[in-house]
Design a protein around this ligand. Structure first.
Ligand code: EPZ
Length: 420
């Protein structure tokens, strides 16, 4: 087990290059199950989660070659229909193999993802959508079992209590592309990662339109071909570096980042005094000495992303004034409050809301990472705090941030990895 040691209170400078999007790579890697032909996917970030997905594809019968961000997935005969507990339980995102397995084999057994620290991870919308396509959906010993003599297109309303579902949309898309007839997904997730998945499916020969909007229309085909594709940039990684730059009052140039995928964050930050310059693939954060607090609610895209909520809280922790943070997607995603408070933040939970009273400075302390984005919030807090911060259980960070230490060292952070 390693820990990250950060000496805070330093300005950052220079530029950072954003990696491919984890949450686009995972469903696109799953989509390679829909064809027996070779697929080549570029800009796949090297993360615990993508390496887990590679293991899962291999356990299902695929052959993979992965180097320098390029992943080749080859068929070597029929694929298996079962995604085992030991892999799915380590990475909930692997639940998105359900749709392609059902689409390709007309049957699938995938371990239920179970809960995690950011909240329970229900799958009712996945089940509803696949049932609408004609699948018989049952559970057996912690597994979802899906079977279908044939899959037929359907009109499916996929909005849930918390709005649209990213991976439920992905699963339904990946089953519908090989169903008979037309499928219309209403209240589909609009995340850029869903748009990227739709583009990959079209490259494979699928008939998909409207991906990236709330209504996706799919006309099923008999079979899909291999395809080449390059993963979009990771907007959550880019947003994390933007918030890091503002929190440390630094000028930072963020390369391979598309500001159009971060408008909700940029809008809030500009409203509190931050200035930006951007081109199509570069975002430059212009340092501002003073910023004012802002209150946010997270929502499905294009709303403020829940995956940047913890990082935004780390910024508000040292912004003079009061801000109220509410996560409308994962209402309990507040594990980072206790750890930030250990560093001298003044944050209290009141029902659905976190009330943040900005303090002058945070103080370094040993803290515990609890989930991927909470860990990123602790890195931001450590970079702004006076003194040393030790972040334990950094495997959480390694799930979603490629070469984070190297990227931080290159922009002037004082950070090192130590054995615990
Ligand atoms: C994706 O998870 C992301 N993961 C999450 O990122 C992200 O936080 C989440 O979308 C929301 O943007 C990947 O893409 C691999 P959802 P997903 O289904 O698809 C409820 C990260 O840090 N819901 O969009 O599992 C659910 O409880 C990770 O990179 C149902 O009610 O999330 C939540 O409240 C963490 N029924 C809301 O919908 C369902 O059947 C959105 O969840 C499914 C979800």
């Amino acid at each position: 087990m390693d820990k990250l040691v950060i000496e805070g209170g330093r300005r950052l400078s220079g530029e950072v290059r954003i990696s491919g999007a984890k949450n686009s790579a995972l469903p696109i890697m799953a989509a390679t199950l829909l064809t027996d032909q070779p697929c080549t996917i570029h800009n796949v970030p090297k993360l615990r989660d993508t390496l887990t997905m590679i293991k899962l594809l291999e356990s299902l019968g695929k052959v993979t070659r992965y180097e320098k961000g390029k992943l080749v997935v080859l068929g070597k005969g029929p694929i298996k229909d079962t995604a085992p507990y030991d892999l799915v339980s380590t990475m909930r995102g692997s639940f998105c193999v359900l749709g392609p397995l059902l689409g390709k084999l007309r049957r699938a057994r995938v371990s239920l993802p179970g809960g995690c620290v950011i909240g329970i991870r229900p799958v009712d919308l996945h089940v509803k959508g696949l049932k609408a396509l004609g699948a018989e959906m049952t559970t057996d010993a912690g597994y979802i079992v899906a079977k279908a003599k044939r899959l037929r297109g359907a009109r499916i309303y996929l909005g849930g209590v918390f709005g649209s579902s990213v991976l439920a949309t992905a699963n339904v898309m990946m089953a519908a592309v090989l169903a008979n007839g037309e499928t219309i997904i209403e209240s589909a997730a609009c995340e850029p990662e869903i748009e990227d998945l739709g583009n990959f499916l079209v490259r494979m020969g699928a008939h998909v339109i409207g991906h990236g909007t709330p209504r996706i229309i799919i006309r099923g085909v008999k079979e899909l071909l291999g395809a080449d594709h390059s993963i979009i940039a990771d907007r959550i990684e880019a947003g994390t570096f933007i918030l890091m730059s503002v929190a440390t009052r630094s000028d930072l140039t963020i390369r391979d980042a598309y500001h159009g995928h971060l408008l909700s964050l940029i809008d809030v930050l500009e409203s509190i005094g931050v200035r930006f310059e951007y081109t199509d693939d570069v975002i430059r954060v212009i340092n501002r000495r003073t910023i004012t607090p802002a209150s946010i609610n997270t929502y499905p895209y294009p709303g403020f992303p829940t995956d940047l909520q913890a990082q935004f809280m780390a910024l508000m922790a040292t912004t003079p004034g009061v801000s109220v943070i509410t996560d409308r997607v994962y209402p309990d995603r507040f594990m980072h409050i206790a750890e930030l408070d250990r560093m001298g933040a003044n944050i209290r939970r009141e029902g659905l809301h976190a009330i943040v009273q900005g303090v002058k400075t945070l103080h370094g302390a040993p803290v515990m990472a609890s989930d991927l984005r909470a860990s990123a919030a602790l890195v931001i807090a450590g970079l702004t705090a006076k003194g040393l911060t030790e972040i334990h259980r950094i495997y959480h960070l390694e799930r979603g941030y490629e070469d984070l230490e190297k990227k931080l060292l290159n922009i002037g952070a004082k950070i090192s990895r130590k054995k615990v």
